[in-house]
Design a protein around this ligand. Structure first.
Ligand SMILES: *Cc1c(COP(=O)(O)O)cnc(C)c1O
Length: 378
């Protein structure tokens, strides 16, 4: 240990984070392994929840306090609670994966903890120490470990949803003086139950997702609320999802409502829209950039226009387009439609599928974790 003038060096690295101590109240009657197995047969996505949840309170006097794991159930709030009126709400989306030896892991959770705090700052909410964020996940997954699907079931996982809401009873427009942090867990089946299906995308010309200076880079419920009308428009036009363009010139491709985009060229270039502040910095996005670069591909983060997309597909220069995010991992894009036209991708998804496999193999412990991306939960 380096010393300065005889005094012991006390840097950030020497302050080992003390792990948070959660009070655990288990449900009096736990579900049996058989019952859980039956529920896990077709969990779908986001409709089934485990038996417990983690909670931590915050107020101005005490800061974060009372970390606990309690039976999953409704949260009682006053109708005037700030979250209901001014939407001070942020969240994260992660997964717990069971490996073949029974152990349970999650993927780059430090990134989610950092991003959660970046979202908190943007929404004028208190930051949560990353150790508390990680401990809350570890604690609830430990109590509900029986709900993490077995390794041999393929792509199933336990989806983790950390979130924070403003709970103060007051209609004044200002940051709340009280907040609740929680982690809930939902067993998730393979996102594409009938095999990998390319998605079709609708170009939203009328609506935007995020403008410069807005909340586009924060993971907040409000961004999703404002994307629902365009999503409905896309569905009316026979598309699965919406692709949003930049708010100023309506030319630059940004992302989908909840996934980042990649464009693959025949010559080995891979382009993804750069993080200009209006795009959510996906953990999947950044991991794929690394994996693609390690394969020797020329990955460019830059602004990318909707015309480049149309022309690149028409000329055959762009061979694959895919969307990515924690929930669906990687989804090939099959069709793009807009007011007055559409284009169909040629249908080769070679790189898309092989990157997808590489990432899944790391997450499920079937390939070496060269980057130290995995974090053991149980
Ligand atoms: C969560 C999210 C993503 C994907 O992020 P991951 O960290 O890869 O799951 C992309 N776009 C938006 C708008 C999101 O909310």
């Amino acid at each position: 240990m380096p010393t300065t003038g005889g005094a012991a060096y006390i840097g950030p690295m020497t302050m080992t984070p003390t792990s948070t101590s959660f009070a655990v109240t288990e449900r009096p009657e736990r579900r049996s392994a058989e019952e859980i197995a039956q529920l896990l047969e077709s969990p779908g996505f986001g409709n089934l929840f485990t038996e417990h949840m983690a909670l931590i309170d915050w107020d101005r006097e005490q800061g974060w306090h009372d970390p606990r794991v309690v039976p999953y159930g409704p949260i009682q709030l006053d109708p005037s609670a700030a979250v209901f009126h001014y939407a001070q709400e942020i969240f994260e989306g992660m997964k717990a994966y069971r490996h073949a030896d029974g152990s349970i892991w999650t993927f780059r959770p430090e990134r989610n903890a950092e991003r959660f705090n970046a979202s908190a700052r943007r929404l004028a909410m208190p930051e949560l120490p990353p150790t508390m964020f990680l401990d809350a996940i570890k604690e609830v997954v430990t109590v509900d470990q029986g709900w993490v699907p077995s390794a041999d079931s393929g792509e199933t996982s336990l989806y983790l949803r950390p979130f924070m809401i403003a709970t103060e009873e007051a209609l004044g427009v200002r940051p709340s003086n009280r907040y609740l942090f929680s982690v809930i867990c939902s067993p998730a089946g393979a996102y594409f139950s009938g095999g990998l299906k390319p998605v079709s995308l609708w170009v939203s010309e009328h609506y935007v997702r995020a403008a410069a200076g807005g909340t586009g880079a924060a993971k907040c419920g409000g961004n999703y609320a404002s994307s629902l009308a365009s999503q409905a428009e896309g569905i009316e036009h026979g598309c699965d999802q919406v692709v949003f363009l930049d708010a100023q010139e309506h030319r630059y491709v940004e992302e989908l409502g909840g996934m980042n985009l990649f464009f693959v060229y025949a010559d080995g270039r891979v382009v993804t829209p750069e993080l200009t502040g209006t795009i959510l910095p996906g953990v999947t996005r950044s991991s794929l950039i690394e994996l693609a670069r390690e394969r020797g591909l020329d990955v460019q983060e830059r602004r990318f226009t909707i015309d480049e997309w149309r022309e690149g597909v028409a000329s055959g220069e762009i061979t694959e387009v895919f969307a990515c995010g924690t929930a669906a991992v990687i989804t090939p894009v099959g069709r793009l439609a807009w007011n007055g036209g559409e284009l169909e991708m040629a249908g080769g998804h070679e790189l898309t599928l092989s990157l997808r496999q590489e990432l899944l193999d790391i997450q499920y412990g079937r390939a070496e974790d060269r980057h130290g991306w995995l974090y053991k939960l149980v």
